[in-house]
Ligand binder design. Structure first.
Ligand SMILES: O=P(O)(O)O[C@H]1O[C@H](CO)[C@@H](O)[C@H]1O
Ligand SMILES: O=c1cc[nH]c(=O)[nH]1
Length: 246
């Protein structure tokens, strides 16, 4: 066994390493599929808790891909350890999201410039006001340059990182209020990633494929998800490739 993180959540398999840039979906099996489909010579570096992580190359530059689980506490642990204990410079979350706007359609790509949240996770930084979770400009710029090159047209703006997937009756009007505030879409981790990156003096970006709509209640089939995720994956990989070369 190679190096192990303090919480023992990441333990490098013998002879493996983690790249400076890590793409992170929530689902570890998606990380495996991404590594096998898009990376050259992927090698599994972590199996702890089945939170699979792989390192390979994309167009000749080293990139890793690893699952981060569900919710801010989970991505908080993995991203902190990757940044602080494994010397990772940049994390790009590649996820799914629920639309909050009529023009944000199923299959569209959303890039989170900022991420509001009902999570108290940011309180650990002890600011008396709000610690605004924002993307790293350098990654956002690399992403938008890649989008132009790939002829992809993402929605870029503020998303909502919720601690809840389900809204009880007492809070059933929250999605409508988020829509009124112009939030593009809802997911469950980007704010935690952005707080962690800033706290660790590292870089982060989150991008998503719209898998469902909180307005119309439409949802993609598994096959549709698979196909449309490809556009976001290319965008994430091209962004990673750019920063991996710097
Ligand atoms: O983007 P992925 O990893 O699919 O994660 C999304 O799916 C989970 C909810 O089903 C939450 O973790 C949410 O952020
Ligand atoms: O958190 C999430 C992720 C995808 N779709 C949703 O509606 N919510």
């Amino acid at each position: 066994m190679g190096k192990e993180s303090i919480s023992a959540s990441i333990a490098l398999n013998e002879g493996t390493s983690i790249a400076k840039v890590v793409l992170m979906p929530g689902d570890p099996l998606r990380a495996k599929r991404i590594a096998e489909k898009y990376l050259e010579n992927p090698v599994c570096f972590n199996n702890v808790r089945n939170m699979l992580g792989y390192t390979g190359t994309y167009n000749g530059r080293e990139v890793s891909v690893m699952g981060h689980g569900m919710g801010i506490p989970s991505i908080g642990i993995y991203s902190t350890e990757l940044y602080e204990q494994f010397d990772v410079d940049a994390i790009i979350r590649i996820g799914s999201t629920g639309s909050l706007q009529p023009n944000v359609k199923l299959g569209d790509v959303v890039v989170a410039m900022g991420s509001s949240s009902n999570s108290s996770y940011g309180d650990i930084y002890g600011l008396p006001g709000t610690f605004a979770p924002v993307a790293s400009y350098e990654l956002l710029k690399a992403c938008m340059d890649a989008a132009e090159k790939l002829d992809v047209h993402p929605h870029v703006g503020q998303v909502y990182s919720s601690d809840q997937f389900y809204y009880p009756k007492a809070n059933a009007d929250l999605p409508q209020r988020l829509t009124d505030l112009g939030m593009l879409a809802v997911e469950m981790e980007s704010a935690g990633l952005y707080w962690t990156a800033q706290g660790c003096h590292k870089k982060a970006l989150a991008m998503f494929t719209v898998s469902d709509s909180l307005l119309t209640h439409e949802a993609m089939t598994a096959e549709e998800r698979q196909n449309s995720f490809d556009t976001m994956m290319r965008l994430g990989l091209e962004t990673a490739w750019t920063v991996a070369g710097e």
